[in-house]
Design a protein around this ligand. Sequence first.
Ligand code: GRF
Length: 189
Amino acid sequence: MKRVAILSSGSGSNAQALIEHFSTCDEIQVVFVGSNRPSAGVLERAEKAGINNSVFSKSDLNNGTLIQNLDVLSVDWVLLAGFLLKIPEEFCNRYKGCLLNIHPSLLPNYGGKGMFGMNIHQAVFEAQEKESGMTIHFVNEAYDDGAIVFQGRVDVSDAKSAEEVAAKVLKLEHKYYPKISAELITLAE
Ligand code: GRF
């Protein structure tokens, strides 16, 4: 059984998609959902799914407290899903090869500091990009810089707003993050 933690800062629709898909995978169990924001919708989603969840602070992330808590839960993989804090080196090293993120653009385009959520889709829309998409990648200590695992593309040439771009990309995220991450987790020794 591979034990998975999901970290999210927001509404958690990606976390929801992961939780639902993993509930159909015999070898994967979501044992923790964490957020750095007490008001994050993801915590309520975890509660409804009966999954252990809690809020942690930025200092917990940076001073090793979160790692200790995940170790107590014997977490094997950590999946970021709309998580907005930078992951410190110690955390990246502890979960090397078992730490994934989803980014709502075709990295390396529209990645890096400050490129998150609607900022991305607004920039893509204003640049009149013909296509956008999402990227699943391993996480290292630089923003959106780790090895790319998968990219999904979508035609946005007919998008009338940044919100329309966002909606198209989010659909791809929900479709692919659960499947691709489940394959990686299941295949890992
Ligand atoms: C998603 O677009 C994700 O790619 C990005 O932040 C957004 C989070 O949405 N990292 P949700 O909280 O999963 O609904």
